[in-house]
Write a protein that binds this ligand. Structure first.
Ligand code: SF4
Length: 106
């Protein structure tokens, strides 16, 4: 009987531990996807010459865009994600600003 109780308790503890790990990840993922896009009228965006489409940025180095910037917080393939320069906002993966910094090579 004690062995059955121990097994149930072990299962419960595993589920609690798994939930403790997965819930914050799910919340973080959802909140990053739900961030509002930064407006090009935002004062910081204007100061940094942020554009949603890098093809419209005359000063952008060829190949540079938010998706390959070190400050972009999204995973590869995301359409938009947070940027460290715009707390609480998202930028387009295909966007660009004058603070573009290449991601370190792995
Ligand atoms: S700092 Fe990088 S990710 Fe952020 S807006 Fe500028 S280019 Fe895009």
């Amino acid at each position: 009987m004690k062995q059955v109780f121990d097994e149930s308790r072990r299962q419960l503890l595993k589920k609690v531990a798994l939930g403790t790990v997965l819930i914050p990840i799910a919340v973080r993922t959802a909140s990053a996807a739900d961030l509002p896009l930064v407006s090009t009228d935002d004062p910081t965006a204007k100061a940094l010459k942020y554009v949603e489409d890098v093809s419209k940025a005359t000063a952008a180095k060829p190949g540079s865009k938010c998706a390959n910037c070190a400050l972009y917080q999204g995973a590869a393939g995301t359409a938009q994600a947070a940027c460290l320069l715009f707390p609480g906002k998202a930028v387009k993966a295909g966007g660009w600003c004058s603070s573009w910094t290449p991601k370190p090579q792995k």
